[in-house]
Design a binder for this molecule. Sequence first.
Ligand SMILES: [Fe+2]
Length: 387
Amino acid sequence: MEITGGRYEQECPVIFGAGSVGKLADVVKGFGCLKPFVVYDAGVKAAGAAERVMRILQENGCIPVGYDDVKPDPVDTDVTEAGEKARKEDVDCVIGMGGGSSMDTAKMVSVMLDNPGPISDYFLSTGKVPSHVPCILVPTSSGTGSEITRVAVVSEAGTHAKGGVFASGNIAVLDPELTLTCPLGVTANSGFDAFSHALESYTSGANDPMSDVLALKAIELIAANLKQACDDGSDVERRTKLMQASNFAGIAFSNTGVHFGHAFGHQLGGHFGVGHGLACSYTLGEVARFGAEHDPQRGRDIAEAMRLCVSENATGREIGDLLADEIYRIMRYCGIPSMKEKNFGREECIGLAEEAIATNPFYYNTPVPVSVEKFKELIAKMWDNYQ
Ligand SMILES: [Fe+2]
């Protein structure tokens, strides 16, 4: 790996390890709080994780208030409603449990508890970096890295355009045991989201030395454990490695940003109403191929992390082909249906290019510019090469 320069930081401290959720009441009390607003969704409730956490808090002297109405990919009015409920309950901190939607809703509720008005008053477009009450994040799947990012993503009611609010957690509690009940589809889609964070970070135009190390380690852990976790979700060691990968990839892309993979993933997800992880999975092979063609050494690093054999004289193009083939193999193994099987029309997908560029400013975060024509070619390859 070539050493790069650049600014890097980690937004949110982490308590990591199987059983760490048992320390949650101490974490709450460490902020001088006792009455957390615990934000989760129906899936977390059904898996029994919410009940377990509420019990841990109650048995250790806290007075938790549960909120189980988090919507997938929430719009700002959903978040404002959750924030109003929290204000009425007179809580003193927030715990977000679940995937990206629950954690991001929790972050935004923590902003509303420290500021007046609806959450739309604090959109990124206002330029505000709002204060917030203590916010504790507890992921129950391994993918989004939302526990570590500094922006909470929310769509605007009406337009459904993706926007966000500057909001971070104060601490994250990462307990892989909470992911043991993750169904196969969630395990696979979340894993591919983390994979896309790591790959786009490592192939971005804004590398830094810490993010490079974390992104490569995440790639290694995902390549070595995702298929196996899809086979046997009860393997706590695999789950631990995937949670580590998701967190490392989150820290990496939080510093470097993502690029055309997520730009297309966002557009595809919004247009066809599919989840973020699945939408981003379709971009992985071509992001890796693009990265290796542009920078063969980085492609070689990725191949090494994935334990692939690369001949000494291999060109960037050959390394890219190797990476893409292996990624598509992993996707097939994990049961990811092709875009064709999902009835996403090829031309319709290509037609999303302009809007993806217009609405995702990070599209330009590639080491060399990618023209709209080139982007359309890449989307066509994403569609054609994974059948
Ligand atoms: Fe993502």
